[in-house]
Design a protein around this ligand. Sequence first.
Ligand SMILES: *[C@@H]1O[C@H](CO)[C@@H](O)[C@H](O)[C@H]1NC(C)=O
Ligand SMILES: *[C@@H]1O[C@H](CO)[C@@H](O)[C@H](O)[C@H]1NC(C)=O
Length: 289
Amino acid sequence: MASLKTVLYLGVCLSVWISTTADMSDLPKAENVHWVSLDFKTILTWTVPQSNHTYTVMYSEDGNDWTESPDCIRVSQPECDLSSHLEPFDRTYSADILTEPATMDIDYGLEDVPHTYSPRFNPYRESNISAVKFTVEAVDDGRIIVNITDPLTSVHRRGKQLSIRDILKNDLKYKISYYKSGSTGKRDFISNSSTAELSKLDPGQSYCFMVAAFIPSRPKATQQGAWSVQRCTQGNHTVVEELSTGAWVGVVFILLIVLIIIVTVTVLCCRCCQQRNKSLHSSQSSAPI
Ligand SMILES: *[C@@H]1O[C@H](CO)[C@@H](O)[C@H](O)[C@H]1NC(C)=O
Ligand SMILES: *[C@@H]1O[C@H](CO)[C@@H](O)[C@H](O)[C@H]1NC(C)=O
């Protein structure tokens, strides 16, 4: 009898085990896992084959223990902001996305749960840098100051929002690409600081500038940030060149009116003259009679 009980128990255990493992293998894994990172705001994204599951994200600095991301436990949206956990910045991190079983009453080990590893990611070397804002100011003939505003990150320290300069320090340079208005030859200038002085420019000429963050210590693919919009300086133009379209319309309008007046006056005068001539003629021709 005892042996029958044991067999029964075994059978029950086996079927429970089979059903749980079957449950587990039915769970969909996260797919297309990748990192999206801009100015050190780093988000892990993935796609889900079915939407009615939740996911938990673990992360680890290379070779160290896995930690659960406190903000990404049993989340249903397929993304997780890991910005505040990936520090120090210049390390390589991995994440692991676990698909959670719908029912928690089955005691399962983490190793049984379907999961997907992310690619490895180093924020310091791989975070994209956004387009910068800058101003250009002529100091004197042939010299221009380019003043660049370092983009802000989402990282805070002691109540202060850090800029990319606070994180990249001396590794951050800026590439300034510029050309003389009307010419096609572009020149590049690499600036170590956020304020750059360009000299030996042709006096009185208009120049156009574009700026991008440039981090030569990084791998080639991630060295350069996005290009800024273009900004141009005013050259020393004559007054005629500087007139706006509106002013030009005004000038043409006035010229037209002056022309009309001249034409009208001329025509009227001619008529007058002709009439006077005629009357003169008629008086002359009538004289002999
Ligand atoms: C950085 O930007 C490039 C080009 O837009 C993109 O292909 C890449 O995935 C981005 N990398 C990260 C980590 O966001
Ligand atoms: C650069 O611009 C910032 C603000 O945009 C300003 O505070 C700073 O004085 C400027 N620096 C120079 C050298 O013009």
